[in-house]
Ligand binder design. Structure first.
Ligand code: GAR
Length: 205
């Protein structure tokens, strides 16, 4: 590919195991690069992962994130094309959604539209799945819009809920599913979006 690489920013609030898989997946890819890691927590494990990979990181505070003084220009300076939410727990403000239309992907640890919405993250999701007696759970990779866990679904993958599962054992199975699929779905999605944009810019024949 002779064009500029596609640049990704990963937003994460926690341990960052998905961020790690994404960074490793794209490490040697000349066409897609992780250029920035953003976290709302100064002690998030994902910051160490970024540092070890030599990727710049930014700790964002509420004021800056939701009131948007310098944050959007910062993303622009870093030429960010797509934002990947990998366990990021703040709602994405409208100005960010408008600045990245169809270019923010989230991973949710259940089969949306069930078990989504405000407060549904991490263990809360798995506990709700178990309490509902579901026989199957999974992951949803979707576009982000103004509502929690609501935008268009890009991909879903399923796994069984087993007798005797706890939130921890289910979380472990779900994490394996996320690690196995999220990086590749991102790759296909961002590559496809760029091709579509390039196609859309061609003058009519
Ligand atoms: C992942 O399981 C992700 O699906 C979930 O947070 C976890 C982050 O794990 N996201 C949500 O619950 C969003 N509603 P990680 O920090 O190890 O990647």
């Amino acid at each position: 590919m002779s064009q500029k690489p596609i640049k990704l920013a990963i937003f994460a609030s926690g341990k960052g195991s998905n961020a790690q898989k994404i960074i490793t997946h794209f490490r040697w890819n000349p066409d897609i690069k992780v250029v920035l890691v953003v976290s709302n927590k100064s002690d998030a494990g994902v910051l160490d992962i970024a540092a070890n990979a030599g990727i710049p990181s930014l700790i964002i505070d509420k004021e800056r994130f939701f009131k948007n003084d310098a944050f959007l220009p910062y993303l622009a300076q870093n030429e960010v094309d797509f934002i990947i939410l990998a366990g990021f727990l703040w709602k994405i403000p409208e100005n960010l959604i408008s600045a990245f239309p169809g270019k923010i992907l989230n991973i949710h640890p259940a089969l949306l539209p069930k078990f989504g919405g405000k407060g549904m993250y991490g263990h809360h999701v798995h506990e709700a799945v178990l309490a509902a007696g579901e026989k199957e759970s999974g992951i949803t990779i979707h576009l982000v819009d103004e509502q929690y866990d609501h935008g268009k679904t890009i991909a879903q993958f399923t796994c069984p809920v087993l007798a005797g599962d706890t939130a921890d054992s289910l979380a472990e199975r779900i994490h394996k599913l996320e690690h196995a699929h999220f990086p590749e779905v991102i790759e296909e999605f961002v590559t496809g979006s760029r091709e579509q944009e390039a196609g859309g810019r061609r003058s009519p024949e």
